[in-house]
Design a protein. Structure first.
Length: 196
């Protein structure tokens, strides 16, 4: 894969499989934790089926790895800069690939290397897309902060629904059942910060 090129379905599936094996979990065990058939998980791992945002978050949560692990080989953990550090890291457009998930939703990590304790992504939701399949909600540890850059996104949190437009933001505990969707007719772009 070229630097900055998005991973194809087979590469994403191979990463999921490698992470599962690295964690010593069988296909059947992970499928059981996800509530899907082993056949469906096998299709994801072979690149025949693309996971939704929710499903990918469930997989990395169960495997106890950061979402960044789905973007490729784990980068060496950067040393935390000392207080007052003047380290500058510039990431150019195209240097970090996006992952295209179910419903055409794309996630692009905004840093070339992971930052300990935080994950920052730009997400693009095409019209009519959702973060989940079959209307399911996601729950995981941590907190999330999202800010819409363009378009409109609806964030469903439990029984509450929040419509967010450009400049609007939301913060919530990730343990609250949630999903994100674009009910509009133009793509919506947002920045998401996940704090494990």
């Amino acid at each position: 894969m070229l630097p900055g090129a998005p991973p194809d379905d087979e590469e994403l599936g191979a990463r999921i499989r490698a992470l599962r094996i690295e964690r010593g979990m069988s296909l059947r065990a992970l499928a059981g934790e996800l509530g899907v058939s082993p056949s469906a998980l096998s299709q994801m791992e072979r690149g025949k089926m693309r996971p939704s945002v929710t499903r990918l978050f469930q997989i990395v949560s169960i495997l106890e790895v950061p979402l960044a692990a789905a973007f490729g080989e784990a980068a060496p953990e950067p040393e935390e800069p000392a207080a007052g550090s003047d380290e500058v890291v510039v990431t150019r457009a195209g240097e970090v690939p996006a992952i295209s998930l179910g419903h055409g939703v794309e996630y692009r990590r905004l840093t070339a290397t992971p930052i300990p304790g935080v994950e920052i992504y730009e997400s693009t939701y095409p019209p009519g897309s959702t973060s989940s399949q079959d209307g399911e909600y996601l729950r995981h540890n941590g907190h999330e902060l999202g800010s819409v850059l363009s378009g409109t996104l609806t964030v469903d949190l439990g029984f509450d629904h929040y419509e967010l437009g450009p400049g609007d933001s939301i913060r919530f505990p990730s343990t609250t059942p949630h999903r994100v969707r674009n009910a509009g007719d133009i793509p919506a772009v947002a920045v998401w910060v996940n704090l494990p």
